[in-house]
Design a protein around this ligand. Structure first.
Ligand code: F6R
Length: 609
């Protein structure tokens, strides 16, 4: 969701703030704004559209000042226009940026209007600035006013507040939306993601739920939810400075697709020894937590949910435990049954997805034996609040459409399958075979990337299409779902995925020459069944694109284009067949001229409900 950057320094900060926004733009990009304090003056510039619009405006009319806040927005309340762009102001004194949703904003709005405040936007955020302004009338510091104001907010917020009359500090508060303090030399910063601040510091402390902090050039004072002064551990970031660069690639998404062999190699590194996955890959006390697990409940959203769907086939098929997989936004609002010795697994690239986080908290209350997160963001809420964490080490993912995070999640879940399986009767041979498969994945993915040119050519066929159907069976069904999601996300072609055995129960009615059907067909025990489904489509005049194992004996003809995929074993097949589908969606989007890295209406890291 939206991105926040703030700074208190001796030098002018507008450029630092805008560079920070650029690095966060993948999180929200419908408008952007910056406000700075200079000698008792509060100046603000906001623009609709990308951060570049704001940057151009600031080139023409620069803002000077050493204390400032900035924001790139993904609209929740109020359409994307300049008056709804952050920072918001109260009476020309207080300026605020905010991520999250204030659920009681209507009530607060009525109360504040009653006190004489005029609202200039349709946002929920604006209540925060008027509330702080109002509280400052009876409190003697900005810190105290913010502390009292945030107690009146219901919902989620990561917010930064500055006051025209006090240009030496910013007050930051976190509840439900992440914020990290960046420590510099004689200057300090805040951001919703450390990535924003890597050009200026590598020392970070993550705020915890309910924290409020006062940040000046020389000091950072943090207070917990009860107002007690607290220390939050400062850590040196391991994220590399150039993590946010596209390098030689035209898009982040393409870069991230091509990074998959390395990302998978990183995730395996140091976690496999003597033909076995080490329990410690899942955290210090993982062996103790995992040994009695008999049931796994997986919770995730979007692409991460698809990874969980694939893992269900593995956990039930090979590890000998039962497994449910559910979308977080459903799980958190329904009554579910808790099986004895249940492990709750969340899967999340960002570690901050609001629904997943809420589902995990609910599971803790319900009494799950343990919680494990498969996560790519060190220090994120899911990592901090889970009993165990499998750190994906996929490297920063900037493209809004998730690619390398997905395949690394699959690799992590396969590792989890062996660890849980070991305690539930998985044979040593199966464990050794899976481990061997994991180790050969990076090279196999490299081979699959070799399909790029052929897929670029194939993509031409999709340029004028409005719909597409993806088919798979078994653990390739989630891969078909992921392929459909990628295509719709970045090319805006309506795409659906079906388990191909389900075709005859309805979707067959859709088949005609305008509905391309994409099939994933590894050479596995379901191949013959899948071939029958392909025939069902052919008989109805459907046009098919079959990604098939080189040995699967499919042949191209007028109704079917076969794209041979390098042979791979059953353990890695879901991961390998993901690659051509990612490339297909990328090339179709290129042809359609959409914004590949920042598709319309979407944002990375969905920190609101
Ligand atoms: C799709 C995509 C989203 C995310 C989903 C969950 O390409 O990226 O569907 O997978 O929003 O995000 P995380 O994994 O951060 O919890």
């Amino acid at each position: 969701m939206c991105g926040i950057v703030g700074a208190v320094a001796q030098r002018d900060v507008a450029e630092i703030l805008v560079e920070g926004l650029r690095r966060l733009e993948y999180r929200g990009y419908d408008s952007a704004g910056v406000a700075v304090l200079n000698n008792g003056e509060l100046s603000r510039t906001r623009r609709v559209g990308k951060v570049q619009e704001l940057s151009s405006a600031l080139e023409t009319q620069p803002l000077f000042g050493g204390t400032g806040i900035a924001h790139t927005r993904w609209a929740t309340h109020g359409e994307p226009n300049e008056r709804n762009a952050h920072p918001h102001q109260s009476e020309g004194d207080i300026a605020v940026v905010h991520n999250g949703i204030i659920e009681n904003h209507n009530k607060l709005r009525v109360m504040l209007k009653g006190l004489g405040y005029t609202f200039a936007s349709d946002t929920d955020t604006e209540v925060i600035c008027h509330l702080v302004h109002h509280e400052l009338k009876t409190h003697d510091s900005l810190l105290a006013a913010v502390q009292v104001a945030v107690k009146q907010l219901e919902g989620a917020y990561g917010t930064v507040v500055i006051d025209r009359r006090d240009s030496q500090r910013m007050i930051v508060a976190r509840s439900g939306s992440p914020l990290v303090i960046g420590y510099g030399l004689g200057e300090n910063f805040v951001a919703s993601d450390q990535l924003a601040l890597l050009p200026v510091t590598r020392s970070f402390a993550f705020l915890e739920e309910g924290d409020v902090a006062e940040v000046t050039r020389r000091e950072v004072n943090i207070f917990d939810v009860d107002g007690n002064a607290v220390e939050r551990e400062m850590k040196e970031s391991e994220v590399t400075h150039d993590a946010g660069d596209k390098g030689e690639y035209r898009h982040y998404m393409l870069k991230e697709i091509y990074e998959q062999p390395t990302a998978i190699a990183h995730t395996l590194e140091g976690r496999i020894a003597g033909g076995k996955v080490l329990d410690a890959a899942f955290g210090e006390n993982a062996a103790e937590f995992l040994k009695d697990i008999k049931h796994v409940q997986i919770i995730a959203c979007g692409t991460s949910y698809h990874a969980g769907m694939a893992a269900r086939y593995w956990l039930e098929g090979w590890a000998g435990v039962s497994c449910n997989v559910e979308i977080a936004s459903e799980f958190r609002y329904r009554k579910s049954h808790l099986f004895p010795n249940s492990l709750l697994v969340t899967i999340s690239q960002s570690g901050e997805t609001a629904d997943t986080l809420a589902a995990m908290r609910l599971a803790k209350e319900m009494g799950y034996k343990a919680t494990l997160t498969i996560c790519n963001a060190p220090g994120s809420s899911l990592v901090r609040e889970s009993d165990m964490a499998y750190m994906m080490k996929a490297g920063v993912e900037i493209g809004v459409a998730s690619t390398k995070a997905f395949t690394v999640q699959l690799a992590g879940l396969l590792m989890l399958t062996t660890v849980i399986g070991r305690h539930n009767g998985m044979s040593e041979q199966v464990e050794a075979d899976i481990t061997q498969s994991l180790l050969s994945m990076p090279a196999k993915v490299e081979q699959a990337l070799g399909l790029d040119d052929a897929i670029a050519e194939l993509a031409e066929d999709f340029a004028d299409k409005h719909h597409a159907l993806f088919l798979g069976r078994g653990d390739q069904y989630p891969i078909a779902m992921e392929g459909a999601l990628k295509l719709k996300e970045i090319s805006y072609i309506h795409a659906e995925a079906y388990a191909s055995g389900e075709l005859k129960h309805g979707p067959l009615a859709l088949i005609d020459a305008d509905m391309p059907v994409i099939v994933v067909a590894p050479n596995n025990e379901l191949l013959e069944k899948l071939k029958s489904n392909v025939e069902e489509v052919r008989a109805r005049g459907g046009l098919m694109y079959v990604f098939a194992d080189v040995d699967a004996e499919f042949e191209s003809d007028d109704t079917m284009k076969v794209i041979p995929v390098p042979h791979c074993d059953e353990f890695m097949a879901p991961l390998i067949y993901t690659i051509p589908l990612q490339l297909l969606s990328y090339h179709v989007a290129l042809i359609k001229g959409t914004d590949v890295d920042q598709p319309r209406n979407l944002a990375k890291s969905v920190t609101v409900e």
